[in-house]
Ligand binder design. Structure first.
Ligand SMILES: Cc1ncc(COP(=O)(O)O)c(C=O)c1O
Length: 350
């Protein structure tokens, strides 16, 4: 089958490059996840793993689901998305409904997105309809491989890059881009941006205010051995930075983009000789009634709070509050190695 959607969607998956400082470039995507979604589907068609008559199933509450829904509408695929009640707002659901995607929403009493319950539900669907295609963005290597294009775009724009900053949810965007960039720039420093109560870099799981990055399960696409330092950014500094980006740069991106920008700005000011690139995954429209709404923000306990100007350095992995921003030197270690080191140092894994 010939995909006819190429030109129409190309703009959504092409980043606009914005200089946030003399040594800091931001790759700001309208919808970054279109790139891995398209790559995974096209590879699956080419490999014979997916045919147009099969149903696509995936668990997502965010931009990967939206990307699959856009492609499915354009190509006539059937799509079922499993999401959690705490993560789906009415407008997002209405847009997916309009795109013809079937939504299954699991009850999520703890409010942490309950990824395990969603995967259980997805298993049930696959058992009832075995001939489904599951893109598996968390573990499918195609998710990371799709970012060869971003690495190429960054090199074309900046030339040599010394430091890459990006959020981690599935790990695809940061680890994929880092893998390609480090092949040409071996000295590349990779900075991962996570949030408190995400297990990706060893914090215990819990309810998170900042969504889209972070995870309650460990995805195969996260390669800890590529990561030099980790920053945990709480919801509050991310929301403040999203507003600042709009006010001072006219850049309307979502709060995960803002968390990455905050860390990128700090990295640019502390490493003035380095050329730094930051990945911004999506636009601000989905957050117009939350992060960009004064009443919504004003109702948050402890808001307003001025964002820290620099991260708090931590030497053991610990939980922070939504107002916190913490930095930890990961040094390309495995998660197991961090746990071992912390046991030796009498940290939280004791
Ligand atoms: C808005 C947003 N930011 C960041 C991320 C994290 O990107 P990745 O899954 O490539 O690690 C996601 C992932 O879905 C996202 O939707």
């Amino acid at each position: 089958m010939v995909a006819l959607d190429g030109d129409y969607f190309r703009a959504l998956e092409t980043p606009r490059m914005a200089a946030l400082a003399p040594n800091l470039i931001a790759a700001a995507f309208p919808l970054m996840k279109l790139m891995p979604a398209r790559y995974i589907l096209d590879r699956a068609v080419a490999d014979g793993a997916f045919e147009a008559r099969m149903r696509i199933v995936e668990t997502t509450s965010g931009t990967f689901g939206m990307a699959l829904a856009l492609l499915s509408a354009a190509r006539g695929y059937r799509l079922t998305l499993v999401s959690a009640s705490s993560l789906v707002d009415a407008k997002y659901k209405a847009r997916l409904d309009g795109l013809g995607a079937q939504m299954i929403i699991t009850e999520d009493h703890a409010g942490d997105g309950d990824q395990l319950a969603r995967l259980q539900r997805l298993d049930d669907i696959r058992r009832a309809e075995p001939n489904c295609f599951w893109p598996r963005q968390y573990d499918n290597p195609g998710n990371a491989l799709a970012y060869a294009r971003l690495a190429e775009q960054l090199v074309q724009t900046v030339g040599e890059i010394d430091c890459l900053v990006g959020c981690v949810g599935s790990g695809g965007s940061l680890c994929g881009t880092a893998m390609f960039l480090r092949a040409v720039f071996p000295h590349l420093i990779v900075i991962a941006v996570d949030t408190h109560r995400s297990i990706l870099f060893g914090q215990p799981a819990g309810k998170r205010l900042l969504r889209g990055l972070g995870n309650s399960i460990l995805p195969g696409n996260l390669r800890h051995d590529l990561i030099d330092e980790v920053h945990w950014v709480g919801g509050y500094p991310a929301f403040s930075e999203a507003r600042r980006l709009l006010r001072e740069h006219g850049i309307f991106q979502g709060p995960t983009s803002a968390a990455a920008a905050l860390v990128g700005r700090w990295a640019a000011s502390t490493r003035p000789g380095a050329r730094i690139a930051v990945i911004m995954p999506d636009e601000g429209h989905r957050y117009a009634e939350t992060v960009f709404d004064d009443a919504w923000l004003g109702a948050l306990p402890g808001w307003p709070c001025s964002p820290p100007s620099e991260p708090r350095e931590v030497t053991i992995v610990e939980s922070g509050s939504e107002a916190d921003w913490m930095r930890f030197i990961w040094a390309r270690r495995s998660l197991d190695r961090i746990v071992d080191d912390e046991v030796k140092n009498e940290g939280r894994f004791r």
